[in-house]
Ligand binder design. Structure first.
Ligand code: PXP
Length: 243
């Protein structure tokens, strides 16, 4: 049997910051979470610094740049402010994503074909700064070709529509886009909406080398970690304090 090619996992830790922001305090700290993810084998850490700073903060980005031992992938909108932040902090990789203020999470792929000029400009600046650039795109031929024309190193295929509608048609679009991207020398990543079950068919798509996953991992962590957290508090109460 031929061994499957290694696929990398980058863990998106935005939700750790969301929990911290809910109380406006210091815990849980995404910097601490990133170290745990790496110790558990994560191949990279992903954060989205949104324009409204609703979860990840500039402080997180700066500290993670200093502490992440694998690769730090910064998701960000195509704006002058974000390009300046990225060029200042220099994460290993930037993934350009569309961003709308009212959305709960990133809703669609970046329309690279529809905004090739400004995207190419941003890609050029980031690459000149030594940053590897990926574009988050829907699995459509014209978007993959536009990503190549924009000078990106990589694409991240938006798997959200397939996760919502896991039929053969959506899977086919991902397979074809991944093959096309690989044929034009783009590194192929995938992400959004992936969980412990729906990732299975994507593991068989050879060109995909990296997955970006957040919500399902953090959701599982809350549930698998809850028992120990309650035991720890019971122990503190029983001992009259201290942990
Ligand atoms: N990739 C991109 C570009 C994203 O915006 C997100 C969500 O922040 C993810 C991957 C991870 O998606 P999920 O949290 O659904 O795993």
């Amino acid at each position: 049997m031929i061994a499957a090619k290694k696929k990398l996992l980058c863990v998106n830790i935005d939700h750790v910051a969301t929990l911290r922001q809910a109380r406006g305090g210091v815990e849980p700290d995404p910097v601490h979470a990133a170290a745990i993810c790496e110790a558990a084998g994560a191949d990279g850490i992903t954060i989205h610094l949104r324009e409204d700073r609703r979860h990840i903060q500039d402080r997180d980005l700066r500290l993670l740049k200093q502490t992440v031992q694998t690769t730090l992938n910064l998701e960000m909108a195509v704006t002058g402010e974000m390009t300046a932040v990225a060029l200042d902090v220099k994460p290993h990789k930037v993934t350009l994503v569309p961003e709308r203020r009212q959305e709960l999470t990133t809703e669609g792929g970046l329309d690279v074909a529809g905004a090739l000029g400004p995207i190419r400009l941003a890609v050029d600046k980031l690459r000149e700064g030594g940053i590897h650039v990926s574009l988050f795109v829907d699995p459509e031929e014209h978007q993959v070709r536009a990503a190549k024309a924009a000078g990106a190193n990589a694409i991240e295929i938006h798997t959200g529509p397939w996760c919502h509608n896991p039929g053969g048609r959506e899977l086919r679009r991902i397979i074809d886009s991944a093959a096309l991207a690989q044929s034009v020398d783009l590194v192929v990543c995938a992400g959004h909406g992936l969980n412990y079950r729906n990732i299975q068919p994507l593991l068989e798509i050879e060109p995909i080398v990296e997955f970006n996953i957040g919500h399902s991992i953090i959701s599982r962590a809350v549930l698998t970690g809850l028992e120990q957290a309650v035991r720890d508090m019971k122990a503190v109460i029983a001992a009259g304090g201290g942990l």
